[in-house]
Design a protein around this ligand. Structure first.
Ligand SMILES: Cc1ncc(C[n+]2csc(CCOP(=O)(O)OP(=O)(O)O)c2C)c(N)n1
Ligand SMILES: [Mg+2]
Length: 337
């Protein structure tokens, strides 16, 4: 499996040798990106199988989200930049350098799981060496943590004495180094943008002009609630576009090359210095793939009896009726759970 990509400068150097590039990515890097996406999908498939065998008890699939996440990782630096992912970001973590073995350790809740020693639920990513910060199961909490990280990274560089520890100081800085031009990444789903934390974070990031990239992975649903029902106007990009000091892009997150180009611009914009706040928002999944993901975002308990399973299926179908036609959305018409 390819581990860490070469970043943009590596891509440019390699492209100079081979000629053709794809938004700065060489042919080899495209193959590496595909392999990472494929590895992510295969891990999801394998975990789904393990869940059916009752060897793991929860599975959250990142199917359909892989392209934009691999691209994001390729444009950023693990162990230097900071990452506040959410549960669908398996491909991001793989592309940053997490291994399938580490992910499976978390899947089974092993004591050797590097994310939390088996204390967190699966897909709650945390890798200290990569600066991937573990997150709460409450959706959206990570955005304010990311704001704090982006703020402190610049603050401590500007005010080095603030980081000094004096006797009685309760703070613990555990081997954390800031360099002054690091970028913070945070991701959320479309449904999570309806939460207060998201808007607090947007406001703070705009006000403070923080070097923070928001990625909204819009897969069209928050569990069974369609984005048109959850988000006013059905498109978060339109709602956030009025915030000052932001660089916005709405991209097709299933296209790794387009996603890489957008992330490269966003990262460059951030690294250029304080006063830049890029935001990237992409619709990431196609309907066909969406269903696979949804089916797997559930605990083993839900699947443990046929009754629970069928009632859950009914709930999905009725929640997804279109108000005007009364028809279900195609991907939920006949869910095979
Ligand atoms: C604060 C909070 N409310 C509700 C939930 C239950 N919950 C888990 S995932 C989810 C849907 C999130 O949808 P979205 O943000 O679109 O992300 P997706 O799963 O579609 O990628 C909900 C409501 C939760 N974990 N935390
Ligand atoms: Mg969603």
């Amino acid at each position: 499996m390819p581990t860490r990509n070469q970043g943009k400068s590596g891509a440019v150097a390699e492209a100079n040798k081979t000629g053709k590039t794809y938004e700065g990515l060489s042919r080899q890097q495209l193959i590496d990106a595909y392999r990472l996406m494929y590895t992510s999908r295969r891990l999801d498939d394998r975990e789904i199988l393990l869940k059916r065998q009752q060897k793991i008890f929860f599975q959250i699939s990142g199917a359909g989200h892989e392209a934009v996440l691999v691209a994001a990782a390729m444009a950023m630096k693990p162990g230097y930049d900071w990452f506040f992912p959410y549960y669908r970001d398996r491909a991001l973590c793989l592309a940053l350098g997490a291994t399938p073995y580490e992910m499976l350790l978390q899947g089974v809740g092993a004591a050797d799981d590097p994310s939390s020693g088996g204390r967190q639920m699966p897909s709650h990513w945390g890798f200290k060496r990569l600066n991937v910060v573990t997150q709460s199961s409450c959706t959206g909490t990570q955005v304010l943590h990311a704001v704090g990280c982006a703020e402190v990274s610049r603050h401590l560089i500007a005010h080095p004495r603030a980081a000094e520890k004096v006797a009685g100081d309760y703070r613990e800085f555990k081997d954390v180094t800031f360099y002054g031009d690091e970028v913070t990444y945070v991701s959320v789903g479309d449904g999570t943008t309806s939460e207060g934390e998201f808007w607090e974070a947007m406001n703070a990031a705009a006000n403070l002009r923080l070097p923070l990239i928001f990625l909204v992975e819009d897969n069209g649903y928050a569990i069974s609630v369609p984005v048109e029902v959850n988000t006013a106007g059905g498109n978060i990009s339109r709602l956030v576009s009025g915030f000052p000091n932001f660089h916005f892009e709405e991209i097709d997150g299933t296209d790794p090359v387009v996603s890489y180009a957008a992330f490269t611009r966003a990262v460059a914009h951030c690294r250029a210095g304080v006063g830049t706040v890029p935001t990237s928002s992409g619709r990431v999944m196609r309907r066909a793939i969406l269903f696979r993901a949804r089916r797997c975002f559930s605990s083993a308990k839900v699947f443990s009896t046929r009754r629970a399973l069928t009632s859950w299926r009914r709930k999905l179908i009725s929640n997804c009726r279109r108000p005007q036609t009364g028809r279900s959305r195609p991907c939920f018409r006949n869910p095979r759970v």
